[in-house]
Design a protein around this ligand. Structure first.
Ligand SMILES: Cc1ncc(COP(=O)(O)O)c(C=O)c1O
Ligand SMILES: [Zn+2]
Length: 407
């Protein structure tokens, strides 16, 4: 089976060989991996897919690493759960949650970083660096550990505790930065060349998007190759949305689906909504969102590099962009947990609140098949959820910080 044929710039369409190390195009545009889909479609049929592994590597023919380079911790092929009780409360007959919290390191970031680290193995890269809102750092640290690659991580100082502890446990070199992911990105860009680090910042390398696009392949396969009417995606950098949009095009070229697309709905936080603002102002790109603030750390991205690709997918699909408050995220997260047994990250819970609004205002119909992406586990956000469920230190055991001691 042929692998990737080339890398193509998403802005100027310049091409680069697939087997060379690249970050951005010389014009500054993100690079996309291209395949010989005309040949692949004759050798890999839709009905063969279920014979593949129960991971995202069941789609290996449209992923860039060769099989010997793959570094896997079991990422992908997450469940698509029918949310019946929540659906009936908010007026959706066919509401589904794609639960990405079940991935290694408990978020969908595992998909992108598994693919990127596998490509580092393939290309002989030994040192990587990442600016991260949190979960991407955890995933990078885990896959770098699995591959024996050196990982340098830059995260905001107020990142959730889970992300910091995970990265340290995986043996990464961690720097906490007084600032946002954009400040972390500047540091990586400055230090990277002199330190010999490969920069795996969102969209500054071509492979994370490839891993994340498998969320699009999976939802198609899990719905019997009939895409839903709407997809809600919590949008920070927007890579998952861009990846799924790419996956749908590839699947059409493979002859697996038709030309109909789901309405792609970008969900952001009220305190950081550059994509929503650009969508409402009819702009092709976003502006830097000053004073970005939200407890959904993954959504605290004030200026996504791939904003134009996200806005394009939203507009072409007839979708929309919508912001929800932090309060709404925690309320929806608690309701989703209590009604469906799914403890979502605030980012995923934001999709519940957004769906409720778009059903109430008639943008979506009760009969539409709706998929919400829960991009991570609520267990990674205990500081945020503990504001909803405070504990008072009333017993000796609690005073000891939860240590299990003999009574
Ligand atoms: C849990 C969670 N959801 C969503 C996002 C946003 O992801 P994307 O960059 O694909 O928009 C992040 C990014 O950090 C995240 O950690
Ligand atoms: Zn270019």
């Amino acid at each position: 089976m042929p692998k990737a044929t080339q890398l193509e710039c998403s802005i100027c369409a310049s091409r680069y060989p697939a087997d060379t190390i690249n970050n951005l195009c010389t014009c500054g545009g993100p690079l996309l991996v291209r395949y010989d889909l005309d040949t692949i479609r004759t050798r890999w049929l839709r009905r063969d897919v279920p014979n593949g592994p129960a991971t995202m590597w069941r789609y290996a023919p449209v992923l860039p690493p060769s099989s010997s380079a793959i570094v896997s911790l079991g990422e992908g092929w997450t469940p698509l759960l029918h949310a019946r009780r929540l659906g009936s409360r908010i007026g959706a007959e066919s509401l589904w949650v794609k639960d990405e919290g079940l991935n290694p390191t408990a978020s969908f970031k595992a998909r992108g970083l598994a693919c990127a680290i596998s490509m580092c193995v393939e290309l002989g890269i030994r040192k990587v660096a990442i600016p991260s809102a949190g979960n991407a750092a955890s995933a990078l640290a885990a896959y770098a550990a699995a591959a024996g690659i050196e990982a340098h991580i830059f995260m905001p100082r107020d990142v959730p505790q889970s992300n910091y502890i995970e990265c340290k446990a995986y043996g990464a070199d961690v720097t906490l930065v007084d600032g946002l992911i954009s400040d972390c990105g500047r540091i990586v860009a400055e230090l990277g060349p002199q330190e010999g680090w490969f920069d795996v910042s969102t969209l500054k390398e071509p492979y994370r998007i490839e891993g994340k696009k498998t969320m699009g392949y999976e939802v198609a396969e899990q719905m019997g190759w009939e895409l839903p009417e709407a997809i809600f995606y919590p949008t920070g950098g927007g890579v998952g949305m861009i990846g799924m949009w790419k996956a749908f095009d590839e699947m059409e070229r493979l002859g697996w689906i038709g030309s109909r697309r789901p309405k792609m709905i970008a969900v952001q936080a009220e305190g950081c909504q550059p994509v929503v603002r650009a969508y409402n102002e009819n702009e092709p790109r976003s502006r830097f969102y000053e004073g970005a603030q939200t407890l959904a750390s993954g959504l605290r991205v004030p200026k996504p590099l791939g904003d134009f690709l996200v806005l394009n997918a939203v507009r072409e699909s007839g979708g929309t962009a919508i912001a929800v408050s932090d309060e709404e995220m925690l309320d929806s997260g608690a309701q989703l947990a209590a009604e469906e047994g799914i403890f979502a990250a605030p980012e995923g819970a934001a999709c519940v609140a957004a769906a409720q609004k778009l059903l109430a205002n008639g943008f979506l119909k009760p009969t539409d098949r709706i998929v919400l992406y829960n991009t991570g586990s609520g267990l990674k956000y205990l500081e945020a959820y503990s504001t909803r469920f405070p504990r008072t230190a009333s017993t000796e055991q609690d005073k000891l910080g939860g240590l299990i001691t003999p009574r």
